[in-house]
Design a protein around this ligand. Sequence first.
Ligand code: GAP
Length: 520
Amino acid sequence: MQTAKVLTLDELTSFCIKRGFFFPSGRIYGGLRGFYDYGPLGVELRKEVLDDWWYFFVRRRSDIVGIHGSIITHPRTWEASGHVEAFFDFLVTCLKCGKDYRADHLLEDLGIQLTSVTLETLSSVIKERGIKCPECGGELSNPQPFNLMFTTYVGPKREKADEVYLRPETAQLIFINLKDVYYTAGMKLPFGIAQIGEVFRNEISPRGFLFRLREFTQMEIEYFVNPKRLDDCPMFDEVAEVTIQLLTAEQQERGSDTPLRITLREACEEGYIGCKWHAYWIGESIAWLTRIGLNPERLRVREHVKTELAHYALQTFDVEYYFPFMGWKEIEGISNRSDYDLRRHQEFSGKSMTLEDDGETVIPYVIEPSFGLERILLALITDAYRVVAGRPVLSLHARVAPIKVAVFPIVSKPDFTAKAREVYKLLKERYTAYYEEKGTIGRRYYEADEMGIPLAVTIDGQTLEDDTVTVRFRDTKEQIRISINQLTLTIESILAEWDTRYRGALDLTPPAHEQQLRKP
Ligand code: GAP
């Protein structure tokens, strides 16, 4: 059962704050735009998602190893990568009130669709349409490129020579450590290096709650492939028959917004995806995003049009999620970065970036799946948020639910609470667990549903007689009775079978109003 009302960003934001998932950073001082802190439920959700990502993309495989790089990196890194020169958005400032705007966002908010975001297009649209400051009606400056990297200083002096950058992506740390990882971990092409970590971008207009932040977390893989073997992907068959919703660059250039429903094999055969390794990483990405619970119907793969491609990219596909309050938005980018970065680091450092492959010396090509954690969390919470009988229920997949099990004595009497605390202690050894004895049992169930807790164990009168408890399922409200000595085993198997037995209870069909909204 789903609400017919369209979920708004305000409703979701206040839900997340009220339930302790996230708090505006520095709230007691009025907040700092673009920064959020994780609360007790958020931090557990974050950990579950990161751990599952690391398991799925690193530990489960034998061709990927991890690193953990520093946030402040040698400044030459960012000259070589092209970020000093080319990592910018366009800023316009009101000449009357001084308010700053990101030019493309300002036009977007006024309902102006741009075919490309270049200095020329932005300047001419602003001039031709006579766009003024939405706050005070003042004249706007010409758009200026604004570099998104944060700078700071290393050492006691505040001089240009000591200026360094906070990393705007984790990827470069992987490139500059490539040779060390290659030798120390004994890797052979093709292989990947993964990293999770905080990145920093001085966004002109942070917005959309967790969507556009100034500090956020990336989970990135740089996957290195011999450039002559981009179609030589031994794992391709594992994903080839996966159907995706694909919006190609060519379709967008024709003005179409209706994605193709196509298998990854067909997308390669038709030439929509440049090589099989790229298609493979699209398939693996979708597999993980749905594994943690995202509704596949709300995921589409959109190719970047030429003018949108980053300076390093040959071809990029964004995995987009359909947010009811802002439409299709990128949660992951998957790029073919060619040998751009490694060649540039070779040139700037004078150190070889070549690897051996069957007697051949190559600078590998790179396929890069790059996930933004906070956008994925926003999508997960949006996807899981339902209103059932007037109350919010957060139907998070049990795999990532911040708390797996709640324990409640049916009444707050000493015999019941003593037994319930015993059960809670037992479960807490293995799972994130929650205990509450105050309030009616109905209210405590509602609270647990809002916190996304998939299972609730209740100690009742019968427990005191025969040592059995009830286990209540958040999404179906079904209850089963089992003996306490079977409890951990039963919970273990319920969590393990969540996909096959329990997830099925949820109706994943997007609600009618959303289908209506999504019509091109
Ligand atoms: N290394 C490639 C790279 O950084 P990107 O598309 O700029 O590519 C990758 O970023 C992901 O990081 C995006 O798909 C998005 O999920 C996340 N991301 C980017 N900018 C963000 C921001 N300002 N706030 C939150 N997440 C962001």
